[in-house]
Structure formats: structure tokens, C-alpha cells
Ligand binder design. Structure first.
Ligand code: NI
Ligand code: MN
Length: 226
């Protein structure tokens, strides 16, 4: 599988013949000024929760490409009011089943309101389970023992976890979460975008390596095969 990082918690996953865009927040991010959202191609968009730093570019990309947006019922309802037509809602435990693989919506411990203050349902994450590999993106969350349940159901090949602290867990807890999901390969997200979440990269990598794990921190616009 190939992952392209678009900054903050935005990335494109190319897996099992699909291009899956996750939590697009690109045009408002000055660090991602070199990414042209009109050039992004995808087959599906996943949205973990309703906060602005995860949904900013959903409507423009979904409308241009006519692709399905997957999120919880409240986030989906909010987009439908703005004219989004192709949708798949999932609440916790729900799975979107496709010929190429499945997408399961998993709980996160965070908050979720839409940019206009309306209710955004519960925040979540996703397991993308395909014959080519299985990826777990936790969404914005802290650490919880419940993440051990993910490893009971799936063999995770890559975990994509927030590491920026302040709004989510930091690197130390994320490394523990990676242990809970039994995955030694972690891509870090949700760091360096705002002053409150600027992190020391070497220190974050050391937290993971001390537990026998590898932390990947991609440059914005960089692609990597996992
Ligand atoms: Ni959030
Ligand atoms: Mn966030």
C-alpha cells in the first residue's frame, strides 16, 4: 500500500486498487500551501469526526469527483444539508462492505462538533481491511484499553495515530496504543500544524523505538510504500 501525507491528519491511502482520502484539511493549512486540492484524485473520502481541522476540504473534493463520503450519521447529515449526495453513514461497530475490502468505524475518545457549532455525533476512527493489507487510523483520541479489541479482530499492518498532544494523545501514549493494536509500524499525524502541537521529532521517534516500533513522519506531499 502507498500513503501520501497532506499535512495535519490528512492523507491518501492507495490500497487494493482504491484511492482513499482521509480527513482532508489542506487548503487552510499554510504548511500544505504547495498541495493543490484540485489535483487530488480519490475514490472515497473518510471523515473521522466533525472538527474543522478534519473536514475543511471534504465538500469541494467530494463535489468535484462525485465520490462517496463515509462518516458518522451526524457528520453525514450536516454535509447532506450542503448538498452532498453520495454518502455512507456508519456508527460505532458498523462496517461498509465493498468488493475490494471493508471499512469499519471505531470509537475514539475526543469531542465532535461541526464548524457552525451543531452536533457532530461521536468521534471515531477507521479500520480499512483489504486483501492487500489492513490499516488502522484511530482519529483524534487519547489512549484507552478498548483499543486492544482492534487486535482481537484484525491483524493491523500500519497504524496511523495522532502524536501532537494538547488536542489528542502525545507520542508516548500513541506508542502504547500501537502496542495495544499489536502493530510496530506507525505513521504519525496531527502534529506541527499549530503552535500548540509542534513536537520534537527525534524525541517522538525515540518513544516508539524504545518499544521496538518504528515511527514514520512524512513530509507534506511525500508518498511512501508500506
Ligand atoms: Ni478533533
Ligand atoms: Mn483534530
Amino acid at each position: 500500500m502507498k500513503i501520501t501525507y497532506y499535512g495535519h491528519a490528512s492523507f491518501l491511502m492507495e490500497i487494493a486498487g482504491q484511492k482513499i482520502l482521509v480527513d482532508p484539511f489542506i487548503s487552510p493549512n499554510p504548511n500544505a500551501a504547495h498541495i493543490n486540492i484540485d489535483e487530488i484524485q480519490c475514490d472515497l473520502i473518510l471523515v473521522s469526526h466533525g472538527h474543522g481541522d478534519h473536514i475543511a476540504d471534504v465538500m469541494s473534493i467530494a463535489k468535484r469527483l462525485g465520490v462517496t463520503v463515509v462518516s458518522n450519521p451526524e457528520v453525514i447529515g450536516w454535509f447532506q444539508k450542503q448538498g452532498l449526495e453520495k454518502v455512507q453513514y456508519l456508527n460505532f461497530g458498523g462496517t461498509f462492505r465493498n468488493a475490494w475490502g471493508d471499512v469499519k468505524y471505531t470509537p475514539a475518545l475526543h469531542s465532535s462538533s461541526m464548524p457552525d457549532g451543531s452536533y457532530g455525533g461521536n468521534p471515531g476512527g477507521f479500520v480499512i481491511n483489504t486483501p492487500e493489507g489492513t490499516v488502522f487510523y484511530s482519529g483524534d483520541t487519547c489512549l484507552s484499553y478498548d483499543f486492544k479489541l482492534i487486535a482481537e479482530e484484525f491483524k493491523i499492518d500500519l497504524a496511523i495515530l495522532p502524536i501532537g498532544d494538547t488536542f489528542t494523545m502525545g507520542a508516548k501514549e500513541a506508542s502504547k496504543l500501537a502496542q495495544f493494536v499489536q502493530c510496530n509500524k506507525v505513521m504519525g499525524v496531527h502534529y506541527d500544524t499549530f503552535p500548540a502541537i509542534v513536537i520534537d521529532h527525534a524525541k517522538a521517534k525515540a518513544e516508539f523505538s524504545s518499544n521496538g516500533q518504528e515511527l514514520y513522519l512524512l513530509e507534506i506531499g511525500e508518498s511512501r510504500d508500506f
